[in-house]
Design a binder for this molecule. Structure first.
Ligand code: BTN
Length: 265
């Protein structure tokens, strides 16, 4: 189990991680954060588990979460639902910086919500909002990073496309250090999102993605489209020109492949 005192001692935040729950094995930190939110937990509460028995990824996919990885969820109450697309952007930017600072790893951002290294997925990010009618109650931001779990610990199908800090560095890094570095970074990016609005976070995220001008292939259901990225919108949507026609791919409607990060569709 992660050491709560060590994490707290490294935190430089005002709100994020001030309420901190460290678990050994739980089904999912996302479910724990949601339950706590409904019971009135404060904004910025963080849940982290050594292992998840029922971790979930995007599109409700199974997310393998063995010992050694960083599996954490943040409870956020940004108030304005218009800021929701900025949460995974802020998290991706913060995670990139913290991997660099805490582990010396230069990870790239891969659209829409992944961090990649050498063409393989190192981390995934999931935003799950909860509404009362039209009003945003809270959002749970889930972060999964393969850290000290070698990709050998993952099932065959995932091993081909996944990597971990251990695979890259050939040594362990303390999960507490990486988590605290991430929370410290995230509070800065989240604060900037609340203060300056979505466009400014999206601008930074767009620049870090560096996809404009790249040839990509998009898979949407059974359709496969190839084109060149001409713009990335504030909501994170990709605009491509394919056969003289402009097409828009929303963050929740497709997966893309580009030579830039060799993501397999
Ligand atoms: C993705 O599909 O790429 C997003 C993966 C998000 C996984 C994290 S691990 C912590 C939190 N708890 C979960 O069950 N999922 C998220």
């Amino acid at each position: 189990m992660l050491n709560r005192e060590t994490i707290s001692g490294l935190l430089r935040t005002r709100e994020i991680g001030r309420a901190l729950t460290c678990c050994d094995v739980i089904e999912s930190t996302g479910a724990a954060a949601r339950d706590a939110a409904r019971a009135g937990a404060p904004p910025g509460a963080v849940f982290v588990a050594a292992e998840q028995s029922a971790g979930r990824g995007r599109f409700d996919r199974v997310w393998r979460s063995p010992q050694g990885g960083l599996w954490t969820s943040l409870l956020l109450r940004p108030g304005n639902s218009g800021l929701l697309p900025g949460l995974p952007m802020a998290a991706a930017l913060a995670l990139k910086n913290s991997l660099k600072n805490a582990a010396g790893i230069d990870a790239g951002l891969a659209w829409p919500n992944d961090l990649v290294h050498s063409g393989k997925k190192l981390a995934g990010i999931l935003t799950e909002p909860s509404f009362s009618g039209d009003t945003l109650d809270f959002a749970v931001l889930g972060i999964g990073v393969n850290v000290n779990n070698s990709s050998e610990s993952l099932p065959d199908d995932i091993r081909q496309t996944a990597t971990s800090c251990m695979d890259i560095l050939k040594k362990e890094i303390p999960l507490e250090t990486l988590l605290a570095a991430f929370l410290n970074e995230f509070e800065k990016h989240y604060g900037a999102l609340l203060e300056n609005g979505l466009e400014s976070t999206a601008r930074e995220w767009r620049a870090a993605l560096g996809l404009i001008g790249n040839a990509i292939t998009v898979k949407q259901g059974d359709d496969v489209i190839s084109g060149v990225v001409t713009h990335i919108g504030t909501q994170g949507q990709i605009e491509i020109t394919a056969g003289g026609e402009k097409k828009v791919i929303d963050t929740d409607s497709g997966s893309i492949h580009t030579e830039k990060y060799n993501k397999i569709l």
